[in-house]
Design a protein around this ligand. Sequence first.
Ligand SMILES: [Zn+2]
Length: 400
Amino acid sequence: MRAGPSQEEIRRHNLGALLRHVHLGGPTSRAELTNRMGLNRSTIMALTADLTAAGLVREELPRETGRAGRPSLVVRPESARVYVFALDVGVDRLVAARVGLGGTILDRREAVRRRGPFVLDEVVGPLAGFARQMHRKTRPDTVCVGVAAAFSGGVSRSDGVVRFGPNMGSVDVPFAEEMTRKLALGLPVAVGNDANLAALAEHTRGVGVGCRDLIYLHGDVGIGGGVIVNGQLLGGHQGFGGEVGHMIVNPKGRLCGCGSLGCLEAEAGERAVLEAAGRFGARIGRDAVRAVVDAADRGDIVAQAALSRVGDWLGLGVANLVNVFNPEMVVFGGMLREVYLGSAAQVRSRLAVDALSSSRDGLRLRTSALGDDATLVGAAELAFAQVLADPLEVLARAGS
Ligand SMILES: [Zn+2]
């Protein structure tokens, strides 16, 4: 028989849980933490003292309680002192940010990424340069506890190797290894698929807070996704789960970048929207998609027909997902935010026809609350994962 967790394991777990509460929920009173965590007051006091001594949180008197008696101290994350680097490799942009504990973006840099053949140095070089610039500006008493990147491509969970991506074809790019080497911060770079990380970001900080079963659909040049089941991201055997963009919705349809016919991204991705609107070629990217939605809003019947057609395929794809996963919420992010806003009626009518009524009962369709930063916020959360799992150990390592 296996022995139960030791006192030390319980303490480590509780330290992480408390830190997670203030990281995600912001400044919280000790009394509230006692309630939420189901621990007694003296335990909360001891845990807070340990985290305070480590410089992860600080305690202060609340500004205004409005109540008589001794007010409960408020525990707040040391956002300016403890931070991570979050990197975002999108199809059209590269972003690096310094994000404080609690999720505050303290500093950020951004560059346009041109579409063309993938060159690892053209991605790693600028991001490492941005991170170094921001690192040089930090005060000596600050500490970096993690680095993570969101990558618009399929990322192997075990080694951070990118196996495929838009404009990349099928490749094996040792992105995590190269990024770690170029950054030279003494911290390994964790890497995740951008849509997967955006799903987690919407789940923990965005429109899906409190929602245990959620599907996030992310439009970039293609369509990615993240499936959250009972609060956990569905990664699959090697971490490639959630590639909803390659779900085939039209077997006799348009050729997809993956080689199949009629994948959701071939029928409802950026190119499909622009071609259906007769606008492919001149402008590409999210602004071009926005222009189609704007034109439809102004009464342009070609743009309206294009969105209706694309919304039909999008609705069919969502109906399949709803039947399989019975989510509480489906979130449209990235470029799909605009597409959904322009085709909501079509998506809903498809769902009404093609999804089982039991599976769509109570379903909420929403747009991303974090907008274009969902992937970046997701990368930051991945970078914070270790310090939230074992705060004192990770801080001791980072500070040494
Ligand atoms: Zn495909």
